[in-house]
Write a protein that binds this ligand. Structure first.
Ligand code: FPP
Length: 264
């Protein structure tokens, strides 16, 4: 652990990360792909701790996509074991550090043992207000939007939603992220410059930062570099420079934070 400090200046309220490159990291070293994921889990631990320390309010990590089920069975099983181990080992640290744990995605598809740990972590950390850590698990952005649309259609069917009243806030209210602000910054590691079906709706105005560093090597210094890149961007949300008043600007001013984050 280093004594790294974040760059001075406004920090993003919500950082989302596509943790890519575990497999290549391992293959380049002649190691099994799972070793890359194991090292990747260490980066998760350190970046979660650091984000909490420096005052990031929401951190969302893409840990397993809906497409990842198509990977070889032993890799999927290894990832599930790592996830289980992470939740068992980190629960006390989450509580100690005031981290509220949540998930997005179809967790019902995960092994029952993992689901039980997820439930346990959620229950044990509900209302903690240091930071919200969200793992995207069995998650796909288009799938999430489709699920939201189905829920809205059911609401219309039952006469609870007036189709004429449907607007962006209706869609947001039915997404997995209904109680979170949209990400201000998206980081993707390992050189690829794609969104890969991650938070398709929520990333509309996020600043995108891509780094060549593979996730298992991603350290606090790399996180700081991404924060610095973010701070250099001018976030206009379709307005002109002179219309902006200065100070931190978020991409959803109407968002009402959950109880714990009100002081952010
Ligand atoms: C992408 O690397 C990463 C994943 C599919 C899984 C991410 C999982 C972890 C970081 C470890 C377990 C998670 C937690 C929360 C403990 P890739 O395998 O697609 O890399 P490649 O593109 O080089 O093949």
């Amino acid at each position: 652990m280093s004594d790294t400090r974040p760059p001075s200046g406004p920090l993003p309220r919500h950082v989302a990360i596509i943790m890519d490159g575990n497999g290549r990291w391992a293959e380049e070293r002649g190691l099994p792909r799972l070793e890359g994921h194991r090292q990747g889990a260490k980066s998760v631990r350190d970046i979660v701790t650091y984000a909490r320390e420096i005052g990031i309010r929401y951190l969302t990590l893409f840990a397993f996509s809906s497409e990842n089920w198509g990977r070889p069975a032993d890799e999927v099983a290894g990832l599930m074991d790592l996830l289980h181990e992470y939740l068992v080992e980190e629960r006390p640290t989450m509580i100690k550090n005031g981290i509220e744990f949540s998930t997005i995605g179809v967790v019902e598809k995960l092994p029952k043992t993992v689901q039980r740990m997820i439930d346990g972590c959620k229950k044990a950390t509900t209302g903690l207000d240091g930071m919200r850590l969200t793992l995207a698990l069995s998650y796909g952005g288009r799938e999430e939007i489709t699920r939201a649309l189905k829920k809205i259609a059911r609401g219309v069917d039952r006469g609870e939603i007036d189709p004429a009243e449907i607007d962006e806030s209706t869609v947001k209210a039915h997404l997995d992220t209904h109680d979170m602000p949209d990400p201000d910054l998206l980081i993707r590691t390992s050189g690829e410059r794609r969104i890969s079906n991650f938070m398709m709706w929520q990333l509309a105005y996020a600043e995108l930062v891509f780094t060549e560093v593979a996730w298992p090597d991603f350290a606090r210094e790399d996180f700081n570099r991404a924060l610095m890149a973010y701070q250099k961007r001018e976030r206009r949300f379709g307005l002109t420079t002179s219309q902006l008043q200065g100070g931190p600007v978020y991409n959803d001013a109407a968002f009402v934070p959950h109880e714990g984050a009100k002081s952010a």
